[in-house]
Write a protein that binds this ligand. Sequence first.
Ligand SMILES: Nc1ncnc2c1ncn2[C@@H]1O[C@H](COP(=O)(O)OP(=O)(O)OP(=O)(O)O)[C@@H](O)[C@H]1O
Ligand SMILES: [Mg+2]
Length: 315
Amino acid sequence: MNVRKKYVLTVTLNPAMDKIWKGRYVSAGKNSICEKKMLSAGGKGINVTRALNHFGLKSITTGFIGGPAGKHLCQCLQKEGIGFDFVLLNAETRTNTTIIDVRTNQITRLVEEGPRGKSRDFQNLKSKYFSLLRKRWCVVLAGRNLPGIKENVYFDLIDMAKRKNVLTILDASGKSLSFGLKAKPFMIKPNLEEAQYAIDRKLDSLLKVKKAVHFFFAMGIKISIISMGARGAVGFDGHNVYWVKPPKIKVVNPVGCGDAFIAGFLWGIYQKQTFSESMQFAVATGTMNALSLQPGDVRQRNLKRILRRVKVQAL
Ligand SMILES: Nc1ncnc2c1ncn2[C@@H]1O[C@H](COP(=O)(O)OP(=O)(O)OP(=O)(O)O)[C@@H](O)[C@H]1O
Ligand SMILES: [Mg+2]
């Protein structure tokens, strides 16, 4: 497959305006003063596209948007030069808020459920998605489903992409992940909690995490990577299991680390790096994300310095 001629497609079914609020002495029931705030287009697929664009890898995003918040989201994407092609809903796109207490470094997220979709909306998305799959070498399906849309939505979308020979990466949680797994995507990247839910087992040791990636492989997933926040990630490509560890850092905002991780991994594949090198790059990109305020912003120049400090261990 000539990846150089084709772009990446990302799908965010339930995108959000991401509000980041920074202040000190944040306490429930009390007034706190804002020191810095930021409003940007968010949602897992959008974050992946943003990070890919920073690497110079062309990517376009789709999903559902609606109302004034949806309009604002498109304006934000336009300003950033991020390509999009959404299905319009007759309901308002959600707004999520991340509250960062700069004194304690504690992070609180206020996550909205999002607008309700109808089955007609899903049919509209499917036909847009079908045409957007043309000229793509990879599709990333990431994040929460839209309330009202059938739970096995990812099964259908993965199946359609596979029929068109497009690589599929699934980053979902709960039932969306469980249903999506049945379509055997090329790659999955759950975090520990999501992987635990999917296989209904506690992953409280490295050995159990190693067994879990083998388990996913036996299910027909070619590449499975379980990310573990500050402890890095464990991945299996059917040949080797690697545990890749990031350096210690002072976290600014951990939201979107998994999304940046996926973008980093894709960049590795695009550069024809080996599996372990791609994982190393992915971990460094995830770590870079934790150092920036905006999810998916991996522009900082010290990526190479972080990459040198990422350790790879065969398990
Ligand atoms: N505190 C941290 N220190 C260093 N690196 C981190 C930290 N948190 C995350 N990372 C990097 O980001 C990667 C993905 O993180 P994590 O497992 O938290 O993803 P996630 O839970 O899917 O995040 P999200 O869904 O919000 O995007 C990790 O493997 C690691 O490389
Ligand atoms: Mg995640």
